[in-house]
Structure formats: structure tokens, C-alpha cells
Ligand binder design. Structure first.
Ligand code: G1P
Length: 303
């Protein structure tokens, strides 16, 4: 195996999902369904389509549904077999055979950097990917595969970025770039959620990373930063001072599905693209009847 083969991915899933309350009060936000699959399955499928074999999910209290989702469900399988639903049965079996799944519990929500550090023992001394499942990337070449391609060629950490509106920079890690090719930059600086006036660019890190194992020793020493959390961004800045780091503009449509509006937009777009639902859903949207309340108001105004 080459030293630059990326076989493992970490998916942090211990967050409290406060942006999506009350839906996430007792259910993991990672299990919110985007049309008919939970969000985290999109992240896993992107990883697998990018050549990842081992998926390490960082979980916490109240996240058991994630483990159950990627496990076999013997009772359900028996039921589907008995009722002759072979296609559905195969789909269910496929989910648990997507990859090798490992789970690590993060007992306290100390930040993204700390969540990634929890995977150190399972990653060992090899490069690995990090995927944040809130960010859904719809692309002909999977977002993570685009990063891995650059990692193998350049042999330095690679962050997936996209341009965001300037007033939104305070929601992301922002890169200070030096452009070296179309859509590819050397990372000269990084700042977590800066105020627009302090942002070095509008290139935002969008939840896809390929990192060398050296990041772990840095994470161990990283002090709490923005919002009192151990920030992956702060550790990445230290790494960038020691070795080359790249920011690749990912080609594809990105949805922030961890946010209520972003989730709704993603739902509409994925539903329209869905072969069995799309045509009817599109008809519905085009000929959408006026909602009951609005109809009544209109009539009473005329009266
Ligand atoms: C995290 C990272 C941030 C990154 C963002 C992408 O922030 O800390 O650097 O830009 O994910 O979604 P969070 O959204 O978890 O607050």
C-alpha cells in the first residue's frame, strides 16, 4: 500500500444539532431524512464512492439510531423476505455492507478538533479523510474523491472549499489563499468564523478534509478557541505552518443540510431528481394549489 493511499474516513456525529431544534431534541440530526435516506448515509456513500473502506463515526449520547442504521436488521429482513419484497431487502442489506463501520464515543462535546482526535487510535499512522455530514455535496465526481486526487499528487493536506457570500464568512473556516492553479490554492492562513471585516477571502471550508496523521499531535496541544471549543481549524493552521496545505474548490452543488432552510432546499432538489418521485413532485410544485388558509383570506377580502 502506498503511503498516500486514503482508506479511512472520520465522520463526526456527536454534535447536539441545536440549529435544528426541536426535531433534534431526542433524535440525531444525522438521521434526518433527505427524501428517503438519512443525511449520514449520503456522507458514507460519498466516502465509499471515493475509495474509503473504513468509516469511523464519532458518536455521543442519544445517537444509537446511527449504529442501528448501518447494522443488519434481522427482523426487518425476515419480514421483507416473507412478503416477497426482494428489491427492498437487497437495498437494506446493502446499507450494512457499504463499509467497515467503527464507533467511538465522544463523551463531551468539546469541539470538532476534539471529535477528530477521538479517532486517533483507529486511524493510526496513515492519512485519513474527514467528512462533515451536514454538508451534502452533489457532484458527478464525489467531493471527497476530488480531494483525494489532489492529495496523492501534491502530498499535503487538502481542504475542500467553495466561495460563499461575503456576509456568510462568519459561519465557516475561511482560508487565506495563494492561487497556484485553477481552483487550487496554497493555504497561507486559516481563521475560524471570522467577522466579514477580518476575513482573508470568501473561500470557506465546506466539511471535506484529507489530513496526514501529524494532525493528531497538534490537536493534542490545541487549546479551546472560537466558542470555547477545540477547533480543527486552529490545528490546521499549525499544520500549515509546518507542511504544505492545499485548498481545492470542490466542483459540485453544496447544500448546508444542517440548517433548516438549507435542508428544505436540499429536500426539494433531491426530490425533483429522484426518478420515482421527481415527475409527480415537479407537477405538484408547478400546479401547487393555494393553501387552505390563504384561499379563505382571499375570499373573505373580496366579500
Ligand atoms: C465546522 C468547521 C468550519 C467549517 C464548517 C463547514 O463548523 O469548524 O471550519 O467551515 O464546519 O460546515 P460548524 O458548522 O460545525 O460550526
Amino acid at each position: 500500500m502506498s503511503r498516500f493511499e486514503v482508506r479511512k474516513a472520520v465522520i463526526p456525529a456527536a454534535g447536539l444539532g441545536t440549529r435544528f431544534l426541536p426535531a433534534t431534541k431526542a433524535s440525531p440530526k444525522e438521521m434526518l431524512p433527505l427524501v428517503d435516506k438519512p443525511l449520514i448515509q449520503y456522507a458514507v456513500e460519498e466516502a465509499v464512492a471515493s475509495g474509503i473502506e473504513d468509516i469511523i463515526i464519532i458518536t455521543g449520547r442519544g445517537k444509537r439510531a446511527i449504529e442501528d442504521h448501518f447494522d443488519r436488521s434481522v427482523e426487518l429482513e425476515e419480514n421483507l423476505k416473507g412478503s416477497g419484497k426482494a428489491q427492498l431487502l437487497n437495498q437494506m442489506r446493502h446499507i450494512s455492507s457499504l463499509a467497515n463501520f467503527c464507533y467511538v464515543r465522544q463523551s463531551e462535546a468539546l469541539g470538532l478538533g476534539h471529535a477528530v482526535l477521538c479517532a486517533q487510535r483507529l486511524i493510526g499512522d496513515e492519512p485519513f479523510a474527514v467528512i462533515l455530514g451536514d454538508e451534502i455535496i452533489d457532484a458527478p465526481v464525489p467531493g471527497l474523491a476530488q480531494l483525494i486526487h489532489v492529495y496523492k499528487k501534491r502530498q499535503g493536506a487538502v481542504l475542500g472549499v467553495q466561495e460563499v457570500p461575503h456576509h456568510d464568512v462568519n459561519r465557516y473556516g475561511i482560508v487565506a489563499p495563494r492561487t497556484i492553479a485553477t481552483g487550487l490554492h496554497r493555504v497561507e492562513g486559516l481563521i475560524e468564523k471570522p467577522a466579514p471585516a477580518e476575513a482573508p477571502s470568501n473561500l470557506a471550508v465546506i466539511g471535506r478534509y484529507v489530513l496526514p496523521p501529524e494532525i493528531f499531535s497538534i490537536l493534542r496541544k490545541t487549546k479551546p478557541g472560537k466558542n470555547g471549543e477545540i477547533q480543527l481549524t486552529d490545528a490546521l493552521l499549525e499544520l500549515a505552518k509546518k507542511s504544505p496545505m492545499f485548498a481545492l474548490e470542490i466542483q459540485g452543488q453544496r447544500y448546508d443540510a444542517g440548517d433548516k432552510l438549507g435542508f428544505l432546499i436540499a429536500t426539494v432538489e433531491f426530490a425533483l431528481k429522484n426518478p420515482s418521485l421527481g415527475p409527480e413532485f415537479s407537477d405538484y410544485l408547478k400546479n401547487r394549489p393555494q393553501p387552505f388558509g390563504e384561499r379563505r383570506t382571499t375570499r373573505s377580502r373580496k366579500a
